[in-house]
Design a protein around this ligand. Structure first.
Ligand code: C2O
Ligand code: CU
Length: 487
């Protein structure tokens, strides 16, 4: 049974629940002819930014020229927000949809009321205007809708975009930085389309992790190539898919430099020929090209540590073709040190909290908008131990913070996971330990979220709420809502 999204039915659409772990067939990706130059989302910056959530028709490519979608300032996805460390920003989020939404700044350090989680609902016709001071290292973040129970389908239909944080104080370390030329946002998603070119929204089409599509869409288009005019290109990879994991690399296995994780630069460039991203994770990579050559960015089967990784994999498939011009503008070499990244200070951690992720719950409790799960004191180092009790994949995302990974299944994290992270993969029956520290903002009532970022799981309740409080302060009570759209 396929549930097909029709324009008028969008508001009432509900994703069906997941099957037993391991049910459903692997959904492979069908490579598409490479026909379209990669679209580069418009860049918006400044102290006041307007994002207008709207419905429209989107041309994804030959098989779907007028799919019903939703987007921000356009019919699908949204512009790239470019923010500068130290600036204040206000974003006016206007909801011109006929359904409720929210907009969350994933990876951003913000007051809880500005965070755009499920309590910050924007009714149709309303505008929500959060503002905050940007204060975190340069990074590739993103924004997406976050209404409880509706996140998977709204993000899938298009409510997402990229955020670049720049740090004017950071030294020049030779990173390509001309947006759209050698500094390329790459929002990677998987979709399926009906015969009449509409989006298929059906979680039951994949295994229990949620929707897996059969067609790769990059920045909103199928079958894309990137014209390259410089010797080095920086790709800001964002896995904005509901459930698919990618193991990015190049068809000729060439090495590239991984330079940043979710929350900013790594200490040193890490040479690799693959980088794996779970849903919501980002990596920045720098790849060098020779004049006149063409090479395919691909995804090969990820290593998930399940007994049936192929269920989630889709094999090896195309993401984006890089086409170098006959002559290339010189690019600088990368510095050997990108940023100073102190080792995580575990000794100073005063509290350890444990999170058992299982089925549709964390520590046995499914998400409840009316329950605050914990109050975390500000300015305190804490170790969080996250265990995936299930045989299936989960990951773990914490709002408002960039954390450090201490260990994964008892071992130190891989170099590409040793920098700032806000989302981390937790393989079946393993424990990941992270070091978190919340700064600046306290509010005993308005919660932040922690959750699995496989969007079906999040919608089904693999999520909890915490408040950041002054030392000694207790959790208060979360906001109440008159007409909450619960999943
Ligand atoms: Cu990407 Cu709770 O968010
Ligand atoms: Cu999960």
């Amino acid at each position: 049974m396929r549930r097909v999204l029709h324009f008028a039915a969008a508001a009432s659409l509900v994703l069906v629940g997941c099957g037993a772990p391991g049910s459903g067939a692997s959904v492979g990706i069908d490579n598409q002819p490479i026909t379209t130059a990669l679209p580069i989302p418009e860049l918006v910056e400044g102290k006041t930014i307007t994002l207008n959530a709207q419905a429209g028709l989107t041309d994804f490519g030959p098989a779907a020229t007028s799919a019903a979608t939703i987007g921000l300032n356009g019919s699908y996805l949204g512009p790239t927000l470019r923010l500068t460390r130290g600036q204040r920003v206000q974003v006016d989020v206007e909801n011109d949809l006929d359904e409720m939404t929210t907009l969350h700044w994933h990876g951003m350090h913000v007051p809880a009321k500005m965070d755009g989680g499920p309590h910050s609902m924007i009714e149709p016709g309303q505008t929500w205007s959060p503002s905050w001071r940007v204060d975190q290292p340069a990074a590739t973040l993103w924004y997406h809708s976050h209404p409880h129970g509706e996140t998977a389908q709204q993000v899938y239909r298009g409510l997402a975009g990229m955020i670049l944080v720049d740090d004017p104080e950071a030294p020049d370390v030779g990173l390509p930085d001309t947006y759209g030329v050698d500094d390329i946002p790459l929002i990677v998603q998987d979709k399926s389309f009906t015969e009449d070119g509409q989006l298929v929204v059906d979680s039951a089409d994949g295994p229990s992790t949620g929707f897996l599509g059969n067609t790769i869409v990059t920045n909103g288009k199928v079958g894309t190539y990137l014209p390259v005019s410089t010797q080095a290109v920086r790709l800001r990879l964002l896995n904005a898919s509901n459930a698919r994991f990618y193991n990015f690399g190049f068809a000729d296995d060439r090495e590239f430099a991984v330079v940043a994780s979710d929350g900013g630069l790594l200490g040193t460039p890490m040479m690799a020929n693959r980088v794996q991203l779970a849903p919501a994770e980002r990596a920045e990579v720098v790849v060098r090209m020779a004049p006149g050559e063409t090479v395919m960015l691909t995804s090969s089967p990820p290593h998930l540590g399940t007994t049936r990784d192929s269920l989630y994999s889709g094999g090896t498939f195309d993401i984006l073709e890089l086409r170098a011009a006959g002559s290339l503008t010189a690019s600088p070499e990368l510095a050997q040190t990108l940023t100073s990244l102190p080792a995580p200070d575990v000794g100073a951690a005063s509290t350890t909290r444990t999170f058992a992720v299982q089925g549709r719950a964390i520590n046995g409790r499914p998400m409840d908008m009316n329950r605050i799960d914990m109050a975390v004191p500000v300015d305190q180092n804490e170790v969080w131990e996250i265990t995936n009790v299930d045989p299936q994949p989960h990951n773990f995302h914490v709002h408002n913070v960039q954390f450090r990974v201490l260990s994964m299944d008892g071992r130190p994290p891989a170099p590409e996971l040793s920098g700032y992270k806000d989302t981390i993969y937790v393989a079946p029956r393993t424990t990941v330990r992270i070091l978190v520290r919340f700064t600046d903002y306290t509010d005993p009532d308005w919660p932040y979220m922690f959750h699995c970022h496989l969007l079906l799981h999040e919608d089904l309740g693999v999520m909890g709420q915490f408040v950041v409080v002054k030392p000694g302060e207790q959790a208060g009570s979360p906001p109440t809502h008159d007409h909450m759209a619960m999943g």
